[in-house]
Write a protein that binds this ligand. Structure first.
Ligand SMILES: [Mn+2]
Length: 316
């Protein structure tokens, strides 16, 4: 059987200012998710697993909800199961939904629960602030299953790494022991896809901020016949970080259609410097810059980003 796991779609996420009334960042999230769906269709996936943070906010606008629902329906109409767990950005949305009336293959896990898809079981639970007890409960539910079982969640595990400076989460969940028929846990929440032993992060489907410029985006493809899990990259909206000195910043022109963060490094800026900068840079809707306060000289952060290792697990 085949599964496509995605996470952190953050539908409705807005970055920069709109161009002709539209935020490219909003459309980019849907486009990236469509690429993941197309891949699921192409390989004949049995189910799509969404590991949380469907929306960016608890109350997305009606057009954002409608677009998201239409993409969910595309998956469901194809006969694939769709299993969703609530993340931390958008939990309230999941409480009442009518999709389940129309599509018996649509599943939301609002508490620890198990969904069977063919000869595989999926155990999942929503984002929680008591992750140790909830994960222990999920593992007990998984133990009762006699099938190959995947656990899906939306949590921080100890050792997860993000950002150009390789920030490491030291306080997350310890990596748990899993029963032999539970080969791995798939999690959303950390936007950089990575493997921590048997914990696999899908990563966000599109970038929600500049620290994510250093990594590709995509979904995970699970093939239970081969026992493999692989990262599948999807095309994304152009985004980059430029680090420069103050003088160059005053004449900087970004590429049109590229989200750009301009970091002015090496000099503490005065009020007058900031006014000059703002006057020049405010004309570009997809450009953001830093610093925005006086007396805070920035160090370069992006000169030596950590290498990205796409998940390529051949035999779990
Ligand atoms: Mn998220």
């Amino acid at each position: 059987m085949k599964f496509v796991a995605v996470g952190d779609t953050h539908f409705g996420h807005r970055l920069g200012r709109p161009i002709d009334g539209r935020y490219p960042s909003e459309e980019a999230k849907f486009l990236a998710f469509q690429h993941a769906i197309s891949h699921a269709e192409k390989i004949g996936a049995d189910a799509v697993l969404h590991c949380g943070d469907v929306f960016d906010t608890p109350n997305p606008s009606p057009p954002i909800k409608k677009k998201a629902i239409s993409l969910f329906e595309r998956i469901l109409e194809r006969g694939m199961d769709l299993i969703v767990i609530p993340g931390n950005h958008d939990r309230s949305f999941y409480e009442n939904n009518l999709l389940q009336f129309y599509y018996p293959n649509f599943h939301i896990l609002n508490a620890v629960g198990r969904i069977d898809v063919g000869d595989v079981a999926i155990v999942g639970f929503p984002y929680t602030k008591q992750p140790e007890t909830t994960l222990a409960r999920a593992i007990r539910v998984a133990e009762e299953s006699r099938k190959t079982t995947f656990i899906i969640c939306h949590q921080i595990f100890r050792g997860a790494t993000v950002g150009p400076q390789r920030f490491v989460f030291k306080d997350g969940l310890p990596l748990p022991k899993l029963p032999p028929h539970v080969p791995f846990i798939i999690s959303g929440h950390i936007h950089r896809s990575q493997q921590l032993h048997h914990v696999l992060y899908t990563g966000s489907i599109e970038r929600t901020g500049f620290p994510e410029t250093i990594e590709p985006k995509g979904c995970l493809v699970i093939d239970t016949d081969r026992g493999s899990v692989k990262f599948k990259e999807v095309p994304t909206y152009p985004m980059k970080v430029v680090e420069t000195d103050f003088e160059s910043a005053l004449s900087f022109e970004p590429d049109f259609g590229t989200y750009t963060l301009l970091r002015i490094v090496g000099k503490s800026l005065s009020d007058q410097d900031l006014t000059l900068l703002h006057h020049h840079l405010r004309q570009f809707p997809l450009l953001m810059y830093s610093p925005k306060t006086t007396g805070l000289p920035l160090e370069p952060l992006y000169a030596n980003p950590p290498p990205f290792h796409p998940i390529m697990w051949e035999a779990y």
